[in-house]
Structures are given as C-alpha cells and as structure tokens.
Design a protein around this ligand. Sequence first.
Ligand code: ATP
Length: 417
Amino acid sequence: MNQIVAEIITIGDEILFGQTLDTNAHWMSGELQKSGLKTGWRTTVGDNDTQITAALSVAESRADVILITGGLGPTKDDLTKETLARYFDSEIEMNQRALAELEDFMLRRGRKLNESTRKQAELPVKSEIVSNFKGTAAGMLFRKDGKVFVAMPGIPHEMKGMMTTTVLPLVKREFQLPVIYHKIVRTAGIGESWLAEKIVDWENSLPDHIRLAYLPTFGDIKMRITAYGNSKNDLQEEVAGYVQRLVPQIREFVYGYDDDSLAEVVGRLLIEKGQKLAIAESCSGGYVSHAITSIPGCSAYFNGSVVAYQNEIKVDVLGIKQETLNEFGAVSEETVSEMANNVRSVLNADMGLATSGIAGPTGGTTDKPVGLIYIACATDENTICKKLQLVQDRYVNIRLTTVAALNLLRRRLIEKD
Ligand code: ATP
C-alpha cells in the first residue's frame, strides 16, 4: 500500500517571530498520525505572498494532502485566500453557501454583518467551501492532479472544528490509508544507547512495517513500537508477540506500558504491598513528592514529606546526626541513607525515600562536583543508596533525580515479599 503523505503549512509572521507557538501543526500531525496519514513535512511561512506561493509549490511536488492554516481573516495582513486564488488561477466570487452560513453564525450570536466580515464569504470559484461552525472565515478545499489542498483559519479551535468534522473524514474517505497501531514500552534506569545495545538483535528482527523509536525524557525512555497494516487486530497480535520477546531482555528496566507513569506504577505497587511512603528531599526540593502527589488517590499510600534543604532542618526535623554531617557532609551516602531511614519514623511510614546532591549550576567542589547526587530508599530491613553523577543543568538534575528516586523505590517494592 502506498503511503499517503501530508504536508502542513502554517502561515503567520507571529509564528516566525516566536510570538505564537505553532500548536496547530503539533495537533494536526497527531490527528493525521491517528488516522493513518503520515506527516512528511511541516513548513512555516510569513504573511507574505511570495513565501506562501513557494511553500505551496514545494508541498505540491512532494505531498498528497496539503493542510494550510492562518491568514484567512478579513484584515489586510491576511493574504492566504488571494494567494491561493492566484496559485489555482481562480476568480474570487461571493459564495452563496458561505454567505448563508456566515449570516446564520452572526444571527445566532446577535451580531450584525459588516462589509469586511461579509467579504469572508467570497471564495475562489475553483474551491469547495469547508464550513466553519466556530468562526467567520470559511475554509477552502482545492483539488489538483489527485492532490487535496485545504486552507483553514489559524485560530486553533476553528481549525480543530474543521479538521474533525470535514477534513479528516474526507481524507479517510478519499485515500486508502493504512491502519497504524502503537504500543509503548516504558523504561527507566538505563540510558538510550545501553538500551539499544541490549536489544540490537530484537530490533534487527523487526519487519519493515514495524518500527521502533526511542523517546527519552529525563531518564525515562518511551520505546514506541509502530506497526502499519490493514487490520488493527492483526497488528495488535503481531506487536504483542514482539513485545513478549523484547521484555525478558530488559525486564528490570521496564516499568510500564502505554500511558503508565512511573509515579502511578509506584503507587500501584505501594498499595499492592501494603506499604506507606515518606519522603525526605534536599536537592530535588519537593519534586519527588510532587510526582507522587500528582497521582489521584495517593493518600492511600503517601504519608508526607520533608523538604530538608538546610542542614539545621536535616538535624532538627529529621534527626540526622551532627557527626554524620560533620564527617561526610550533606551530600553523602551516609547522610542520605540516614534521611531515608529517619523520615520513616518521623512520618510514621514503612518506606523512606531521600535525595541529597548538588543540583548546580554552582556549589560544586573537586570532591563533590555539580551533578553529584545521592538517592536512598529505606525499608524496615535495610537502606539502599545509589550515587549518581549527573550534569551541569539544575532543572535537568532535579528531573533526573526524581526519575532515579522513583525507580529505586519501584525496584525495592518489586523485590519486597
Ligand atoms: P482570523 O479570522 O482571526 O484573522 P486567521 O485565519 O487570519 O484568523 P491568523 O490571523 O493567522 O488566522 O491567526 C489568528 C490567531 O490564531 C493568532 O493570533 C494566533 O493566536 C492563532 N494562530 C494562528 N496560527 C497558529 C498556529 N499555527 N498555532 C497556534 N495558534 C495559531
């Protein structure tokens, strides 16, 4: 089956100036993907006739479906309609259906139709109208040599309305699109290249219609397996077979599937094992607790946390021994282990999780450089501590520490009887 390829052209100086985030292209790509249509290219151009024409011409040479947003409004800087009319060599005339829909739209809102709004019902005669139920600028559809061009307004909710009610159903009807099935395997505690090395044979065994992508964010790697075919059930079964062969090779790192989050998985394990959690955070400043409390129902297993940033708080609230701090410092295996163990009794929990480190960008020494972090997890049996040497960026260090701490907790919970 030939892959049908889309190109998205977003028009607007404000996007090129960095004033508006191009959420239209982001959303459209996602919806096209769900419908089995691959986005081959995204192009952004300014409110400029020459740029728009060039973008249309390039898109026509390489894509089957060309989706355009922006510049359809009634103001002088909105050039898309005129440019499209020239591109398709078409007159612009009042479109009676567009006018009727516009009058109805205004009437329902108790508003009068002024001349510039009325002009929005004028469309290139070679286009088909794409109704806009959420605004005043009608969309336009052009056909050329089996290709479809659709121009929609830039305003996100108007574009989304047109895509959902008209454009996606039309594309599905007129093009033979493959079924796309995604399965996500989620891992933590291993770097992308290590992961890739471990599964190289498995990855090489994937057929052409099944692809693997690594999507890392802060120590948490999504492995997205995408399969293309004709039947969702067949793809689902085939991918399940590949996942079954994959997981045993990386079992200790796999924490979940699809929409699972690490904090959610940890929460489920805490409930399953009947454990209450308390957290003592230094360098992560509450981020681990935030991840835990982002999960609805966490009061069933989370007692609370202490953000013990200053040494006095570590001593006064968590009962860390002054000698430990004097001898080893706040960023040490000894201190973080005491923090994890002591917070259990301070907050009356079964398990304690703690972090302490130098998040940066300053504050490092030769012995203890920026990015040196200790995490620890204590149970009634023992305390396990891990040393991490992370990077120079404060925010990245906090996020990486959070994932590492949650993953340490997860591993301990799995091992627990
Ligand atoms: P209008 O009828 O308002 O003139 P239009 O089709 O002319 O609509 P623009 O004027 O280009 O669209 O954009 C209107 C608003 O829509 C912008 O101010 C911006 O907030 C938003 N917008 C435009 N393009 C995008 C985009 N690609 N992603 C997100 N928002 C966008």
